[in-house]
Design a protein around this ligand. Structure first.
Ligand SMILES: [Cu+2]
Length: 433
């Protein structure tokens, strides 16, 4: 049996070599097929990536091929303590586990469908032969519930890609089925690799307050905006040592929104996309915000030369709120006086919201429906902040031994914005009425 199998592989190999040598123009995967590299090894060939709050797909090596198994199934997913959604995930998580390989790696990816609906998996951005593209109806039959299909291909190029269903995509991505793929360059010189290589998938959901099922039919009222399936304050901080070369790879498989992600304290360069790498980094324009449109990947690079706790977040202001309702009248600046008391006679528990903005609502102690996180915000060393949703913290530190979360930044004395003293006001000619 093994002999027959080896023969078949050899025969397929011959065809592949023939294809790669003779076809003009050369196919995008031809070089990888011809080179036939052994499976890439973490450590030796690349520095493994870090996926905050996330997991990586396990694999085993069978006959020189990396074998993965993705199981698509309904799961319960905690977006933040207080909110569990009934989502669809791969291998129990949202997003699915990171598929991490090296350029030239041949893979066999088994996909088991435990969903109530047919599905497929599409390998977004990976240049493979058409029959492995995962588009139901067009390139393959959809995988029926209960069945397992096999995807067999080589990752020809290093880069950052994504995977997601290409069958009823609106429903299935809206329920949480998506994941990142990192194909590392084989780089023996550790100094030429990034020291910290982070992977973050951006998603958006509509989960009405007090419910647990995402509504994929919704088109505009997204109220849960996630990084790797979590909202601030449940996002796990990114830790770097002073001087590290840092990459953050962002993928966006939201339904409708592009996310401009802004990083404080740094500028960076966008060195890659799901289409490939910048040929010459020196000509790239420095940026502080990277727009990650739906269906794309952006890879950013910077040197961690500025110690501190630096927030990075979507700059769409409604995307850094948790389960924000949008159906309220605008009460900003309105003196309500004893209005609440009067209304409470008719509507017990009534409270006017947002007269000074949204901050008061994060501490109102108002009863909220079970399984909901309306207005949940981040709790910092200086107090509560109206900051949730699609946000996280980059912690850059001197003198740390490990990349474990070092906790809040110890600000050097006298470097934090503080109340102005009388003397400072006077000396600078500032008069307060
Ligand atoms: Cu956004």
């Amino acid at each position: 049996m093994n002999l027959i199998f080896t023969f078949i592989l050899f025969f397929l190999g011959l065809i592949n070599v023939a294809l790669s040598e003779e076809l003009d123009p050369p196919r995008p995967w031809a070089k990888a097929v011809k080179e036939h590299l052994p499976p890439g090894e973490p450590g030796r060939d690349y520095t493994p990536a870090v996926i905050p709050n996330g997991t990586k797909a396990d694999y085993k090596i069978v006959d020189g091929v990396k074998v993965f198994h993705l199981i698509a199934e309904p799961i319960e997913w905690e977006v933040a303590p207080g909110l569990i959604v009934h989502a669809w995930g791969y291998n129990g998580t949202v997003p699915g586990p990171l598929i991490e390989v090296a350029e030239g790696d041949r893979v066999r990816i088994f996909v088991t469908n435990k969903l109530p609906a047919p599905t497929t998996v599409h390998w977004h951005g990976v240049l493979i032969i058409c029959g492995m593209d995962g588009v139901s109806g067009l390139t393959q039959p959809a995988i029926p519930p209960g069945e397992t299909y096999l995807y067999d291909f080589i990752f020809p190029d290093s880069g950052t890609f994504m995977y997601h269903p290409h069958h009823d995509t609106m429903t299935q991505e809206g329920m949480g089925l998506n994941g990142m793929i990192i194909v590392h360059k084989r780089e023996p010189d550790i100094k030429k690799r990034p020291d910290r290589d982070f992977s973050i998938m951006l998603n958006e959901w509509n989960v009405d307050v007090g419910t647990s099922k995402p509504n994929p039919l919704n088109m505009s009222n997204f109220n849960i905006l996630t990084m790797n399936g979590k909202v601030m304050p449940a996002t796990e901080p990114l830790v770097a040592k002073l001087g590290d070369t840092v990459w953050i790879r962002y993928g966006n498989l939201s339904a409708m929104d592009h996310h401009p992600i802004h990083l404080h304290g740094y500028n960076f360069k966008i060195i890659g996309t799901d289409g490939g790498w910048a040929a010459d980094k020196s000509v790239l324009v420095p940026e502080t915000t990277v727009l990650v449109p739906v269906g794309t990947v952006k890879v950013t690079e910077f040197i961690a030369n500025n110690p501190g706790d630096w927030i990075f977040h979507c700059h769409m202001t409604h995307h850094i709120m948790n389960q924000m309702g949008h159906q309220f009248p605008n009460m900003l600046g309105i003196e309500v006086g004893d209005l609440d008391e009067k209304i409470r006679r008719l509507v017990p528990g009534y409270m006017t919201m947002g007269t000074t903005g949204m901050h008061d609502m994060t501490e109102s102690g108002m009863p909220i429906p079970p399984n909901s996180i309306p207005m949940l915000g981040f709790d910092g060393q200086f107090g509560k902040t109206v900051l949730g949703g699609m946000a996280n913290i980059l912690r850059v530190r001197e003198n740390i031994e490990t990349y474990e979360d070092p906790g809040p930044y110890h600000f050097p004395k006298g470097t934090v914005a503080a109340p102005a003293t009388e003397e400072q006001l006077m000396k600078n000619g500032i008069k307060i009425d």
